[in-house]
Design a protein around this ligand. Structure first.
Ligand code: PRP
Ligand code: ADE
Length: 230
């Protein structure tokens, strides 16, 4: 089976590198095999490559009006994972965002939100040499849990984390696919704090700025790769 690393190697071997697209260049600038903790794995793509990469990622998103309820403009991020080159590019871009936080804010733990935060949280944690810990919807995990109620763009729910999953004083970065109204992320942040974790911030693939979700995050460092109000 062909892996993203194979895809990058094949590109390097078969293409004249001056003719690479920006997405391909971003993939070649990454080194999927190097999971050494916090070390930039290769030269970062230039600002213009990153801008072009973001346009590519935005272009892969799909839009569904009135899903799951009337009035919601649903943005589907799943296509980002269908193409291994785009998937690799996404992970590298997220990794670079975290490395930009600097040494003092290097996360010990990546906390990913049920369910779409599970699509990339573990891969990102592995690249950063960090643990991965899930926040799950209520009733899914065994043993003692801490619980927080929250409201999101299209409903209300309860999130849980297992006691002891984050150790007191560990630096925690909360990651998810989308910040809309910010209710889900804020609840996850409150659970991290209940467990004694040091919340260093939030990282999202996509922000919907018109819904002003950041206002619920108490001024914590919040980084989003892409944004759209469409
Ligand atoms: O900023 P908010 O308004 O809180 O909305 C954002 C949340 O909504 C979506 O999850 P959803 O609860 O639909 O669950 P899923 O990942 O299981 O589809 C999305 O993946 C975020 O977690
Ligand atoms: N508009 C939206 N599209 C996709 N996921 C979401 N989660 C909350 N709001 C969303």
């Amino acid at each position: 089976m062909s892996t993203p690393a194979d895809a990058a190697q094949n590109l390097a071997q078969t293409k004249d590198q001056t003719a690479l697209t920006s997405v391909e260049a971003a993939v070649l600038a990454s080194n999927p095999n190097d999971a050494s903790r916090g070390q930039p794995t290769a030269a970062a793509p230039s600002a213009s490559e990153l801008a072009s990469t973001k346009i590519t990622l935005l272009g892969a998103l799909k839009h569904f009006p009135d899903f799951p309820i009337p009035g919601v403009k649903f943005i589907d991020i799943l296509p980002l994972f269908q193409d291994p080159v785009i998937h690799e590019t996404l992970l590298r871009a997220l990794e670079l965002q975290v490395l930009e936080f600097g040494e003092q804010a290097k996360p010990d733990v990546i906390v990913g939100l049920d369910a779409r935060g599970f699509l990339f949280g573990p891969s990102l944690a592995l690249r950063l040499g960090a643990s991965f810990v899930p926040v799950r919807k209520k009733g899914k995990m065994p043993g003692p849990c801490v619980t927080a109620a929250y409201e999101k763009e299209y409903g209300t729910d309860f999130f849980q984390m297992q006691e002891g999953a984050v150790k007191p004083g560990q630096k925690v970065l909360v990651v998810d696919d989308i910040i809309a109204t910010g209710g889900s992320a804020a609840a996850a942040g409150s659970l991290v704090k209940q467990l004694g974790g040091e919340l260093i911030g939030y990282l999202f693939i996509l922000e919907i700025p018109v819904l002003n979700g950041r206002s619920k995050l108490g001024g914590a460092q919040t980084v989003t790769l892409l944004e759209t109000n469409e």
